[in-house]
Design a protein around this ligand. Sequence first.
Ligand SMILES: Nc1nc2c([nH]c(=O)n2[C@H]2C[C@H](O)[C@@H](COP(=O)(O)OP(=O)(O)OP(=O)(O)O)O2)c(=O)[nH]1
Ligand SMILES: [Mg+2]
Length: 132
Amino acid sequence: MNKRVHVAVGVIIRNQQILLAKRHGHLHQGGKWEFPGGKVEPNEPVTEALTRELQEELNINVTASSPFMTLSYDYPEKQVLLDIHLVTEFTGTESGAEGQEIRWVDIKELASLPFPDANQPIIDRLLTELAH
Ligand SMILES: Nc1nc2c([nH]c(=O)n2[C@H]2C[C@H](O)[C@@H](COP(=O)(O)OP(=O)(O)OP(=O)(O)O)O2)c(=O)[nH]1
Ligand SMILES: [Mg+2]
């Protein structure tokens, strides 16, 4: 059975830098950098999922975000719908709350890091629209 997985994704931006997390090696697309986030639960509003996932993964509380883009991508083994939001304000101090490596990266550096294949259009838009 094929069911597209709805994923809430946060592009957390501060001072021309973006907060990335490294996916654990055993996960789907493991070992690559990602924008933090995770699966939207049944009947859960996407902004709620975003807030919940960033609390769980980074121990931060999102206080301002806006929709950025949505993206469907078919991996050979999995279909995802990435629901990407810009996170422009949060409270708390970010940490890799699930033991993952995290890193602030200049927007212009994004092009040189390994991301899941689905992410290329996100990187392209961040570079053209937000880097200066
Ligand atoms: N968070 C995130 N997921 C991404 C990105 N790019 C991309 O293809 N994905 C895919 C990988 C996974 O198949 C899916 C996210 O699922 P996940 O495993 O992180 O979900 P989750 O945090 O809810 O984890 P779980 O507890 O349900 O296992 O989306 C990205 O930039 N960020
Ligand atoms: Mg996740």
